[in-house]
Write a protein that binds this ligand. Structure first.
Ligand code: WTA
Length: 661
C-alpha cells in the first residue's frame, strides 16, 4: 500500500456554508432533465445505465449491461457493437445535414462553419487518408494538434476506422510528445505546420522534428497545413495531409463496427510518478456516458449553440467539445488563440456573434475575467442559459462574479467535478433539479456513489461535514479501462489503497480519486483538491514528480523538490526548491536553466513560478523528502509537526530564508 497523506492534517475544511440559488423558472421549464425520478431510475445498478446507452445508435445491442466478474477490469454493454464517428456524424445527416456541427473561429477572425454534411465528408476523407498510409484498426495514432478543425476531424476519422487516438495537448514540448509516442507504441503522428498564438504564427512542426530525435520509435508523420500550402519548415519526409485529402476526395469509409469494450482513445495524464499514464477509454460506455451527461448536466439540445472554451487536448475537450455534444447533434463552437487576443472582449464577442446558449469554462478563466473587469462582458450582447465550470474548485467569490456579470443572474451554473480517468462528470448538480451553492460541486450524478474514507480506509458517516479521501464505490460506464499497457499501475494507483484486492466480488473494490472532499449535511460535495503529489496549474494537471525529473535534468542541480503554491489567479503554481551541486554558484542563470528545463521537458504552461535555492531539503530519517512542509512554507502556513525529520531545523531555515523571521 502506498503512503496515504493524513487527510485531517493536510486538508482544512475552513469553509462556511453559502446560500442557495434557485435555477430560474424559465430554465427549469425547458430542461432536459426535469424529473427527479432520474436519480432512482439510473441508480438501479447496473441496468439504470441502459438509458444512457439508448441515446446512441448501436450496430448490435449489448447482451449484458455490466460484467464485474474480473475486478477492477469492469466491462460495460458487453457484446454491443457501435462506431463513435457514426454516432457523432452520420446519424445526424437525415435530420440535420445542413446544421452547423462545428463553428470555428481562428486567431484573426477567420471563420469556418462546418455543417454535419461537411463534417461527414471531411471525416471520411481523413479516414481514407489515414488508411492509405497503413493505419489499421487498433493502431494508436498520436495527434499533436492545436485548436483547429483538423483536430476533431482527425479524432473522428480515427474513431471511424477503429484506430484509438492519443491526443497530446499542443502546448506539450517535444520531449513530452516523444515520451507519449513511445509509451503508446504509436506508429503514426498527426501534426500541423503551425498555428496562431497571440496573433503570431507559431512553428509547431519543430516539436515533431525534435521529438523524432528523442523517441525510440520511428513513426510516420502526417502534417496538416494551417494555410493552403504547408509552411517551408515542414520536412519532405512527412506526408502532406492536404494533398493526401485531395487524393481521397469524396471517398467514403464504412465506419468500423467496434466492440463496446474496444478502446476509443488514450489520454495521458499526470500522476504521482515521473511518467504520465495513458488512461484508456472504451468506446460504448464512454460515449454513452458523455452523451448522457451532455444532455442532463449541460442541458444540450440539438438546436443549441454550445461553447466549451477549453482545449480539445485535455479530457474536457474530448468529452464536452467533441464526443458528447456531437453525439447529441448540437452545434459546438471552438476557437484558436487566447481569450485576450486581439482584445480582452474576445470571448464575449464570439458569444454575441454566434448567440451562444451554453458556455463552459474553468475557474482560472473566471478569475482572469474577474481581474479584467466587468466592462468587457458588458460591452457585448449575449445571453447564456447555462454555464459550466470544470477543473478546479471555484471560490464562492469567483462563482458570484460569474453568476452576476456573465450569467446576468439569470443563467444556471453547474460546477462539474470529474477527472481524465472518470471520462465524464461524476459530481455536479442536474441544474433543474437542485439549487446552486457557490463553491460546491453539488450532488453526485445519477448512478454515481461517492463516499469518503479516512486514511485507514474506514468510511466516514455520510454528510458528516468531515474531510476525507474521496472514493467512488460503484463502477460507471465511462471509467477508464486500464492504464495503457500497465494493468499493475492501474490497480496500484486507483484501487489498492481502499479495496480488498484479494476479492473477486466487485463490491469490495473502491475507486480512489486522489482528491480530498467534504460532504455537507445537505448532501452537497465540496472538493478540496488533490491529496497526492499532483497539482492543478490553471486547470492543467501536473505531477510533482514529472516537474522534479525535469529539474533533475539540469546538471548543476544536486537535488530538487517541487511544492504547489496557492495563486489567486492560476489556482496553484509550482515552486521549485533546489540544492545545487558543490561548487555551483546560485545565480539567476542557473534559475533560468531550471525554468528552461521544465519548458523543454513538459511545456511552457508548466513553467515554475519561483526557483528557490536552499542548503538542504526537509527529509525524514529514511531520506524521504517532505514536500508537504515545503508547501506550507510556500503558502506561509504553520509548519506543523517536524519531529519525524532527520534535521528538524531545515524547514525553519528555509522559511526564514524565504519570508524572514
Ligand atoms: C480537479 C479535469 C474541484 C480535481 C476534468 C481532480 C476539480 C482533477 C473539479 C482532475 C471541480 C476537477 N472542483 N476540483 N469541479 N474538477 N477538479 O484529470 O483535483 O485534468 O482530481 O480532469 O481536477 O483533473 P483532470
Amino acid at each position: 500500500m502506498s503512503e496515504q497523506p493524513d487527510a485531517d492534517a493536510t486538508i482544512e475544511a475552513r469553509l462556511h456554508e453559502q446560500d442557495y440559488f434557485r435555477p430560474p423558472a424559465k430554465f427549469v421549464g425547458q430542461a432536459n432533465a426535469s424529473d427527479p425520478d432520474i436519480y432512482d431510475e439510473v441508480g438501479e445498478f447496473p441496468d439504470g445505465f441502459e438509458q444512457y446507452a439508448e441515446l446512441l445508435d448501436w450496430d448490435e445491442r449489448w447482451d449484458e449491461v455490466f460484467d464485474g466478474s474480473n475486478p477492477p477490469f469492469f466491462e460495460w454493454f458487453v457484446g454491443g457493437k457501435l462506431n463513435a464517428s457514426y454516432n457523432c456524424v452520420d446519424r445526424h445527416l437525415d435530420e440535420r445535414k445542413n446544421q452547423t456541427a462545428l463553428l470555428w473561429e481562428g486567431s484573426d477572425g477567420e471563420q469556418e462553419n462546418i455543417t454535419y454534411q461537411d463534417l461527414h465528408r471531411r471525416v471520411n476523407e481523413m479516414a481514407a487518408a489515414l488508411r492509405s498510409q497503413g493505419v489499421e484498426e487498433d493502431d494508436v495514432v498520436t495527434v499533436h494538434l492545436p485548436m483547429v478543425p483538423a483536430l476533431p476531424i482527425t479524432m473522428l476519422a480515427c474513431a471511424r476506422i477503429g484506430a484509438p487516438h492519443s491526443v497530446v495537448f499542443a502546448g506539450f514540448s517535444a520531449s513530452a510528445l516523444a515520451e507519449r509516442v513511445d509509451s503508446a507504441d504509436s506508429d503514426y503522428v498527426v501534426t500541423i505546420d503551425g498555428y496562431y498564438r497571440r496573433g503570431e504564427f507559431l512553428d509547431h512542426i519543430e516539436k515533431t522534428d525534435e521529438a523524432l530525435e528523442e523517441m525510440d520509435r520511428d513513426p510516420q508523420v502526417l502534417a496538416w497545413s494551417r494555410h493552403e500550402e504547408p509552411s517551408d519548415e515542414v520536412s519532405d519526409d512527412y506526408t502532406d495531409v492536404e494533398s493526401l485529402l485531395d487524393e481521397h476526395e469524396r471517398e467514403r469509409v464504412e465506419p468500423v463496427s467496434r466492440d463496446a469494450e474496444d478502446p476509443l482513445f488514450l489520454m495521458y495524464t499526470s500522476g504521482t510518478t515521473g511518467k504520465p499514464k495513458g488512461c484508456q477509454h472504451r468506446t460504448g460506455g464512454y460515449l454513452a456516458y458523455v452523451a448522457a451527461t451532455s444532455k442532463n448536466v449541460l442541458d444540450i439540445k440539438p438546436g443549441d449553440t454550445y461553447w466549451c472554451a477549453a482545449d480539445i487536448g485535455w479530457i474536457t475537450g474530448h468529452s464536452y467539445i467533441v464526443y458528447g455534444p456531437l453525439a447529441l447533434g448540437t452545434t459546438s463552437v471552438m476557437y484558436e488563440d487566447t481569450p485576450d487576443h486581439p482584445h480582452k472582449g474576445r470571448i464575449w464577442e464570439i458569444a454575441e456573434r454566434y448567440d451562444v446558449d451554453i458556455f463552459h469554462t474553468s475557474p482560472t478563466a473566471v478569475r482572469m475575467f474577474m481581474k479584467w473587469g466587468p466592462e468587457y462582458p458588458e460591452e457585448y450582447d449575449f445571453d447564456f442559459r447555462h454555464m459550466t465550470t470544470v477543473g478546479e474548485p471555484i471560490q464562492p467569490e469567483a462563482w458570484l462574479w460569474y453568476y452576476k456579470h456573465i450569467g446576468d443572474e439569470d443563467a444556471v451554473i453547474v460546477d462539474t467535478w470529474w477527472q481524465t480517468e472518470t471520462g465524464g462528470h461524476l459530481i455536479t448538480n442536474l441544474p433543474a433539479l437542485e439549487d446552486m451553492k457557490p463553491g460546491s460541486a453539488g450532488k453526485a450524478c445519477p448512478g454515481i456513489e461517492p463516499a469518503l474514507v479516512d486514511d485507514g480506509g474506514e468510511k466516514l458517516e455520510p454528510a458528516s461535514g468531515k474531510a476525507g479521501n474521496l472514493i467512488i464505490e460503484r463502477p460507471w460506464p465511462s471509467m477508464l479501462q486500464t492504464v495503457y499497457g500497465n494493468d499493475e499501475r492501474f490497480i496500484s494507483t486507483y484501487w489498492e489503497d481502499f479495496s480488498d484486492t484479494d476479492s473477486d466480488d466487485w463490491t469490495d473494490w473502491n475507486y480512489k480519486a486522489g482528491d480530498g472532499a467534504v460532504q455537507a449535511q445537505d448532501g452537497y460535495w465540496r472538493i478540496l483538491g488533490r491529496l497526492d503529489d499532483v497539482m492543478n496549474v490553471a486547470g492543467h494537471r501536473l505531477g510533482t514528480m514529472e516537474l522534479e525529473s525535469a529539474v533533475a535534468e539540469v546538471e548543476k542541480v544536486a537535488e530538487a523538490a517541487v511544492a504547489a503554491r496557492e495563486d489567486a489567479e492560476k489556482g496553484e503554481v509550482p515552486d521549485v526548491y533546489v540544492v545545487v551541486r558543490e561548487g555551483v554558484e546560485e545565480t539567476d542563470a542557473v534559475k533560468e536553466e531550471i525554468v528552461a528545463a521544465v519548458e523543454d521537458e513538459i511545456g511552457k504552461f508548466a513553467r515554475p513560478a519561483n526557483v528557490i535555492f536552499v542548503d538542504d531539503l526537509p527529509k525524514t530519517r529514511s531520506g524521504k523528502i517532505m514536500r508537504r512542509l515545503l508547501e506550507n512554507i510556500s503558502n506561509e502556513q504553520e509548519l506543523g509537526d517536524t519531529t519525524t525529520l532527520r534535521d528538524p531545523s531545515v524547514p525553519e531555515q528555509i522559511r526564514d530564508q524565504m519570508h524572514g523571521d
